[in-house]
Design a protein around this ligand. Structure first.
Ligand SMILES: Cc1cc2nc3c(=O)[nH]c(=O)nc-3n(C[C@H](O)[C@H](O)[C@H](O)COP(=O)(O)O)c2cc1C
Length: 184
């Protein structure tokens, strides 16, 4: 049996143009024998289909607080079960919600119910990334112990050059493996 069997991870996917890359991350995590539970925002679902993540994770995707099939709300049951919540890619908007404890969708609500580790891989236009509001939210989250996978530098989807693109999936995967290996 692979050592990652039954190690559960929540993968939060938000409305970034790089959301399609999260499908590759999801696939690689499943192939590494993690039990992956994907939580998508409604904006992420405008960019990538829920069915893609459902198929790759082999688990039902959570996209709403209101579609729980069991008696137990899934945002709390999943939060209890998983040591790590990875938000990749994370929008500027979701970082603001995470920094200020806003819980108005399934992912941000689950994040408040989750007392395990939070890993964030931001992705956005370089001007958004440089904005003081975004940088302040990054500082708040870092002070609170969130693990950041800093965005890379290069040409972003809109053609601008700078820092803001989602870090490469192999790097994110390595950080997750490192965390899960050390997590007791
Ligand atoms: C095509 C498209 C691409 C976008 N890409 C990004 C992005 O890479 N990063 C980001 O922070 N916002 C991006 N946005 C804006 C977010 O989708 C928007 O702020 C949204 O409210 C975020 O919602 P969510 O965090 O609930 O997913 C994009 C919007 C569109 C229409």
């Amino acid at each position: 049996m692979a050592t990652n069997d039954h190690k559960s991870i929540i993968l939060g996917v938000t409305g970034c143009i790089g959301a399609y890359k999260a499908a590759d991350l999801c696939s690689k995590l499943t192939q590494s024998s993690y039990d992956v539970h994907v939580v998508m925002t409604s904006n992420a679902m405008k960019l990538v289909g829920e069915l893609t993540f459902q198929t790759l994770s082999r688990n039902r995707v959570i996209s709403s607080l209101w579609d729980s099939p069991e008696w137990e709300p899934r945002h709390t049951s999943l939060a209890d079960k998983c040591a790590l919540l990875v938000v990749a890619p994370c929008t500027a908007s979701m970082m603001a919600k995470l920094a200020y404890g806003i819980a108005d969708d399934a992912l941000s609500t689950l994040a408040l119910a989750h007392d395990g580790a939070l890993m964030i891989a931001p992705a956005m236009n370089p001007r958004m990334w440089r904005h003081p509001a975004v940088q302040q939210n990054v500082s708040i989250l870092k002070q609170r112990g969130a693990i950041f996978i800093e965005p890379g530098t290069g040409v972003v989807a809109c053609g601008d050059y700078g820092t803001g693109r989602l870090e490469d999936i192999p790097v994110i995967l390595e950080k997750i493996n490192e965390f899960m290996k050390n997590h007791k």
